[in-house]
Design a protein around this ligand. Structure first.
Ligand SMILES: NC(=O)c1ccc[n+]([C@@H]2O[C@H](COP(=O)([O-])OP(=O)(O)OC[C@H]3O[C@@H](n4cnc5c(N)ncnc54)[C@H](OP(=O)(O)O)[C@@H]3O)[C@@H](O)[C@H]2O)c1
Length: 258
């Protein structure tokens, strides 16, 4: 299927590795001019080279912390009028909710709620003018299903979905969509490090811990990052203009509800 995206421009935040990188690659394959981002310059440059080699796309790398005003300025300077914005970021580390002081709570909310809101505010006016915009926020299954120790991450991301419910409807008449992707367990650096931490806490080997986690998923495997990337590209397509304000769970059946 031709997604009708050739020549479009996209900013994909936090995309030097993992799920963000997969979204960048899928969009680049569709002929989208992309801006990728991460804090580690070396990793980011390697990802830029890899995506260019695989797709021949026009790729700009912006090394910056997306959560800072300077980082956001740098992203928008590289692509002032994006047709597509993929919001992604790291998440707060797992912690007992009793240990979170005000500073930690606010930092988590800035990371996973305020940052995407600020970027959306910045890109929407040009999208309205051009009568096209696709915004995808990568959040987490934890918005729907609690994950021990990730309460701050879950709360901030759920706040983002609730915040965007209104703007998604208000902007629909401009052919702008805002949707959320809620990954379950995807095989990325982040998943490997959380599995390692859980293994240590439970006195198990990492291999056993990974097997236990996989067996909890009805699909009996972790997701592959490209399964998020391809869905993201579809949500950004011309054809997906009638899908907005949705939270799409992508979890191999882990969320056990209708
Ligand atoms: N993987 C899963 O199973 C899963 C499940 C649910 C939710 N999620 C969420 O999905 C998001 C992506 O996860 P992932 O598994 O792809 O993580 P990952 O493999 O650790 O990759 C994270 C990416 O984000 C970049 N990044 C992190 N903080 C950044 C910042 N402040 N500014 C700019 N770039 C930043 C990293 O590059 P640098 O470190 O160089 O900055 C890297 O490119 C996270 O919010 C995670 O909580 C993941």
């Amino acid at each position: 299927m031709d997604l009708g995206l050739k020549g479009r421009k996209a900013i994909i935040c936090a995309s030097s590795r993992g799920l963000g990188k997969a979204c960048a690659l899928s969009l680049a394959r569709e002929g989208v001019e992309i801006v990728i981002n991460g804090r580690d310059e070396k990793v980011l440059a390697a990802t830029r080279d890899e995506i260019i080699a695989l797709t021949g796309a026009n790729v700009t790398a912006v090394a910056a912390d997306v959560g800072t005003p300077a980082g956001q300025e740098a992203l928008l300077a590289a692509c002032p009028r994006p047709d597509i914005l993929v919001n992604n970021n790291g998440g707060p580390p797992p912690r007992d909710f009793r240990e979170l002081d005000r500073g930690a709570v606010l930092a988590g909310v800035v990371q996973n709620m305020v940052t995407p809101i600020e970027l959306i505010q910045r890109v929407v006016p040009a999208m309205q003018e051009q009568n096209f915009g696709r915004i995808v926020n990568i959040t987490s299954l934890s918005v729907k299903m609690p994950i021990l120790g990730l309460d701050l991450s879950s709360g901030a991301r759920a706040g983002l979905a609730a915040f965007m419910a209104g703007p998604a409807r208000e902007l629909a008449r401009f052919n702008i969509t805002i949707n959320h992707l809620l990954p379950g367990m995807f095989d990325t650096d982040r998943l490997r490090s959380t599995t390692g931490r859980m293994a240590k806490m439970q006195g198990k080997s990492e291999t056993d811990m990974a097997a236990q986690r996989k067996s909890s998923v009805p699909a009996k495997r972790f997701g592959e990052a490209n399964e998020i990337g391809e869905l993201c590209a579809f949500l950004c397509s011309a054809q997906a203009g009638y899908i907005t304000g949705q939270s799409l769970v992508v979890d191999g059946g882990l969320f056990n509800a209708v």
